[in-house]
Design a protein around this ligand. Structure first.
Ligand code: GTP
Ligand code: MG
Length: 198
C-alpha cells in the first residue's frame, strides 16, 4: 500500500472525544520505549509525525493520525514504565482500558514487544486481557536490527511457542520489524490494507 498522506488529527485522554468518523483504526500498544511511535513514523515515511524519545514515557495520550484520508493509526502511551506514580498508572489504565473496550472503530491492535527480550508477564497478561475482551490483535516484534537473522528466528519461535504452551490455541498474526532498517514495512502495510479492503 502506498501512503499518500499522513496527518496528526488529535490527542486526548478520553475515548468519547476521539474522532467520530467511522474509519477503521489500528492501535499500537506495548511497554514504554518498545518503539511504538518510531514504528508509526517508519510506516508512513515521516521522521517525527509521532513524537519519539530515548527516554520511556514519551507518548502520554491517545494520538490519532489519519492516513490516506480513510483510516487511522493510533499511537498510545506505553505501559510498564516503572517511574510513573501509582496514581498516574491508574489514570492511564483507566483511559487505555476504556479505549480498547469502547472504541468501535478499532479493527486491530498491534502489541509491540522488543525482539531481544524474553516474553514479559505484563505483555502476556495484556494479550490475555485483549483476548478475553474480544479485541483482535497481532504481535509486532520490534528492534530486529539489534539481532542477527538466526537469533531473530529463534527469539520469535521461543515467544510463539510459549504462547501456544500457555494461553493460546493458535499463534496470533505476527510481524518482525525494525524502524531503523525498515524491515517489515511492506508486510505490515499489506496486512492493514487487506483488512481495510475486506
Ligand atoms: P513511549 O512513547 O515512551 O511509550 O515509547 P515508544 O514505544 O513510543 O518508543 P519510541 O518510538 O519513542 O522509541 C524509543 C526508543 O527506541 C528511541 O530511542 C528509538 O530511537 C528507539 N527505537 C525505536 N524503534 C527502534 C528500532 O527499530 N531499532 C532501534 N535500534 N531502535 C529503535
Ligand atoms: Mg511513544
Amino acid at each position: 500500500m502506498k501512503i499518500t498522506s499522513a496527518e496528526f488529527v488529535m490527542s486526548n485522554s478520553d475515548v468519547a472525544k476521539c474522532p467520530k468518523e467511522p474509519l477503521p483504526e489500528y492501535a499500537f500498544i506495548g511497554r514504554s520505549n518498545v518503539g511504538k511511535s518510531s514504528l508509526i513514523n517508519m510506516l508512513v515515511d515521516r521522521k517525527s509525525l509521532a513524537k519519539t524519545s530515548g527516554r520511556p514515557g514519551k507518548t502520554q495520550l491517545i494520538n490519532h493520525f489519519k492516513i490516506n484520508q480513510n483510516w487511522f493509526l493510533v499511537d498510545l502511551p506505553g505501559y510498564g514504565y516503572a517511574r510513573v506514580s501509582k496514581k498516574d498508572k491508574k489514570v492511564f489504565q483507566k483511559y487505555i482500558t476504556a479505549y480498547f473496550e469502547k472504541r468501535k472503530q478499532l479493527v486491530c491492535s498491534f502489541v509491540l514487544v522488543d525482539i531481544r527480550h524474553e516474553p514479559q508477564p505484563i505483555d502476556l497478561e495484556f494479550m490475555e486481557w485483549l483476548g478475553a475482551n474480544g479485541v483482535p490483535f497481532a504481535i509486532i516484534f520490534t528492534k530486529a536490527d539489534k539481532l542477527k537473522p538466526g537469533a531473530i528466528e529463534r527469539h520469535v519461535n521461543t515467544y510463539l511457542n510459549l504462547l501456544l504452551e500457555t494461553a493460546w490455541e493458535e499463534a496470533p498474526p505476527h510481524f518482525v520489524t525494525s524502524s531503523s532498517n525498515r524491515m517489515g514495512k511492506e508486510v505490515l502495510l499489506s496486512y492493514i490494507n487487506d483488512i481495510n479492503e475486506s
